[in-house]
Design a protein around this ligand. Structure first.
Ligand SMILES: [Mn+2]
Length: 403
């Protein structure tokens, strides 16, 4: 599955969306320095992988309406000796691309094609730093744009982002299978956690079990795992994962294995002891809202309506639980600061347009959560759901019973 024909088909789907006077260039991610002469683990750009299946850093994919070329970054002798040489046969075998060029030949090709076409499609970006997330972006995309500019080609640039999002947001049967496998591995980790739940003295011991399950399945974390006990779960994106677990703590575990580049994204809230009082009431409310959200999923429901309806359910639950004492919806964000759903695919927060209705083939998460700072605990329950022709299919099945 997800072999050469999948990648070739993705390229031809993208081509079919473009006019004959258009050229396209996409870049792989660049390797980034970690320390001295060591790089961070290489994670490929999802668009580049979707079109080529290749995990090579700094390569380019060049396409016109008829032809396709792969341009490889030059390897140093050092790389050849320590990391191995390019395997051209294997690169063609995986991607289905037969024209493989070195960097100099790639530049010549662009100069040549630049005078035969009117437009050039790129994944355009105009920033090197993501203000909201607070991190630097992979420099490959901006670097490619600068190289294209320096060639002074008489071409109008346009952005391929939306076209690729449109394709990637609808999953093929093989993509659904890959995500299903990632979910199955993630649920195996939940099973291990339940089995060892009485023994964990620290969040890192719990994470060690997740790492072990994923690693034995030749999988890795699709995103930084969240193992948040007690008060730590008040932060939806807590990733410290090294604090002591107290006997009565609720533990929010939000994790996802990656299989064949596709992500799972599941959350369960665990407790080593039976829960009661407010914790129990909150847990039951979150589960009920989770079930109600899944009940309304079907093609034609707008993303906005989904978010709005769940927001209202959460508001009413907060009133019922007397966590909110006045009917002021602006206060909900203090207890529920995120959305209930996002697209899932190659990226854990996958590409897709949120200003539209749900369509068959989309895979989304459903993840209501309550974060009670004053009471020092949080609850989140998250599942992954495929939108089908008539309604939806829950892809994750790990039980919700707790304590
Ligand atoms: Mn999620």
């Amino acid at each position: 599955m997800l072999n050469q024909s999948f990648f070739s088909e993705n390229r031809s789907k993208l081509r079919n969306l473009l006019s004959n006077d258009s050229l396209m260039v996409l870049t792989a991610n660049a390797l980034l320095q970690k320390k001295s002469d060591e790089a961070y683990e290489f994670i490929q750009d999802s668009n580049f992988w979707y079109l080529t299946g290749l995990d090579l850093p700094q390569a380019w994919l060049v396409m016109d309406s008829q032809n396709e070329w792969l341009v490889l970054a030059d390897h140093s002798n050092y790389q050849d000796i320590f990391e191995g040489q390019y395997n051209f046969a294997q690169i063609s075998q995986i991607s289905g691309i037969n024209h493989i060029l070195n960097y100099r030949q790639g530049l010549e090709l662009l100069k040549d094609l630049g005078h035969k076409f009117k437009k050039i499609g790129l994944i355009k970006t105009n920033q090197s730093y993501d203000q909201q997330s607070g991190f630097w972006l992979n420099p490959a995309s901006l670097n490619l744009q600068e190289i294209i500019m320096s060639l002074k080609l008489p071409l109008t640039q346009f952005n391929l982002n939306e076209l690729l999002s449109g394709l990637r947001q609808i999953k093929s049967d093989e993509e659904v299978l890959a995500i299903q496998k990632a979910i199955d591995i993630t649920e195996e980790a939940f099973l291990r956690i339940d089995h060892n739940l009485q023994n964990y003295k620290n969040e890192n011991q719990l994470q060690a079990d997740i790492n072990d399950v994923f690693c034995r399945q030749a999988s890795r974390h699709a995103f930084n795992p969240i193992v948040a006990s007690g008060r730590n779960a008040v932060l939806p994106h807590y990733t410290v994962n090294n604090q002591p677990i107290k006997p009565n703590d609720l533990i929010v575990v939000d994790i996802g294995a990656e299989y064949n580049h596709y992500a799972a994204d599941l959350s369960r809230t665990f407790s080593a002891v039976p829960i009661k009082g407010l914790k129990k009431a909150v847990y039951e409310s979150v589960l009920e809202i989770h079930d109600q959200a899944i009940d309304i999923l079907k093609p034609g429901l707008s993303y906005h309506d989904l978010e709005q309806r769940v927001f209202n359910l959460i508001f009413e639950a907060l009133i019922r639980l007397k966590i909110l004492t006045k009917r002021d919806k602006s206060l909900v964000k203090n207890y529920y600061p995120h959305a209930v759903s996002h697209f899932l695919g190659l990226d854990v927060h996958d590409v897709g347009n949120y200003n539209q209705t749900l369509k068959p083939g989309m895979i989304i998460t459903i993840e209501p959560g309550f974060y009670l700072e004053k009471n020092g605990f949080g609850v989140r329950i998250e599942d992954d759901v495929l939108i089908t022709a008539n309604d939806c299919r829950l892809l994750s099945h790990y039980p919700y019973n707790l304590g």
